[in-house]
Every structure is written in structure tokens, then in C-alpha cells.
Design a protein around this ligand. Sequence first.
Ligand code: MN
Length: 229
Amino acid sequence: MKYVIDFGPLPALPVVGGSDRFPVGRIYCVGRNYAGHAREMGHDPDREPPFFFMKPANAIVPNGATIPYPQATKDLHHEIELVVALGKGGADIPVAKALDHVWGYGVGLDMTRRDLQGEAKKMGRPWEMGKGFDHSAPCTALLPASKIAHPAKGAIWLKVNGTVKQKGDLAEMIWNVPETISYLSGLVTLQPGDLIYSGTPAGVGPVKPGDKLEGHVDGVGDLTVTYAN
Ligand code: MN
């Protein structure tokens, strides 16, 4: 079979320690999943049900990349996050079975055009143009859960030009990874290749052209990207 247009390669992430790649289907992101970040965004960190937004699969950016500064924003923000990569799909997955669906983990950035997101919130409009833009989802190579198990605690931090801006612990998530998978699978049928960006700790802030972002999650990896001048 031939396609009628040139579509480009399937979005994919490398896997640590090999040449095989993980195909990226859909990218789901959890909003306000750490109390400190919910507070800094002006919300009560009550345990409300989790909520989700999406990014296109081709928003993935590999570790080490230099990223063109995005269009149409004067307030690009960093959000460092643990990324969960699903190897098995399913609907209505019970919490106790949710981790069986995880293939592996990575360290990602949910890059956000905060000015466009803020405008959308004010107008009661969708968030997509604040969240789902080109190059908005940097992510490290994935580590298989078969090698590292399922990280439920450990430091998560982000530095901008060498200065720590975000700092937290995976244990501070309002909805942990199995709960998030279970809840999301009650809204959509999850598929192998789906990624879940699991939310960001407090300390989000602006990124300027030329900035170097270094992110870390204990036991999962280190992500470095640089914005072009
Ligand atoms: Mn986020």
C-alpha cells in the first residue's frame, strides 16, 4: 500500500540501552497533579477528580535537542514531569491492575504557552493552543519497567541555566500513576503507545530564547534541551 502524501516518520522515542524504539500514539497530560503547583496556579489542591488535556504525538522532542522558540507566545513555561509509556491498552482498568499496562518511564517537559493558556481559561475556551503546539513535549529515552520497576517516590527537579526552579517528589502526586491510568481508562480506551505526562511540581516559570533546561527524575533519567536564540 502507498500513501497519497508524504507523511513523515511515525513519532517514536528511543529506548535506553538499545536501538529499538517505542512508537508514540497519543499524549495525555494530567493537569494540577501536585498540590504546590495547583496552589501557584490559583487553585485549591482538593482531591478533585483528575482532568486531562492532549498534545499531538509529533510534539515529541528527543533528549539533547535544540528547540526552535515557539511561535505566538511571550510567556513560554517549563513543566517537568514523569512520563508513563503504556505497552498495553484497555478501558475501565482497575487501580490494582493499572501498572500491568505500563511499558516504561521517561522524563518529559510539558512546555506551555502560559499566555495563550491563560487567555483560553479566561474565555472558557480549550487549552490546546497553550499546550499542544510544535515541539511542546520533550522526553528522554524510555526505561522499561521490567528494569526499573515502577517509581512511586523520588526527587523530580528542573534547572534553567543551572539554577533550580522546580523541585518536588513523585510521592507528592495528588493522583498517583495507577490511579491516573485507571481514571483515564474510564474516559477513553487506552492504547499501546499512549504516553501520560503525569503533572508537574511547583515552580513553573518562563523560558527565554537561549535558555538551557535540565530536568531529572530519580531512577528514571535526565533530560536536557536548549532553546534556540
Ligand atoms: Mn503539565
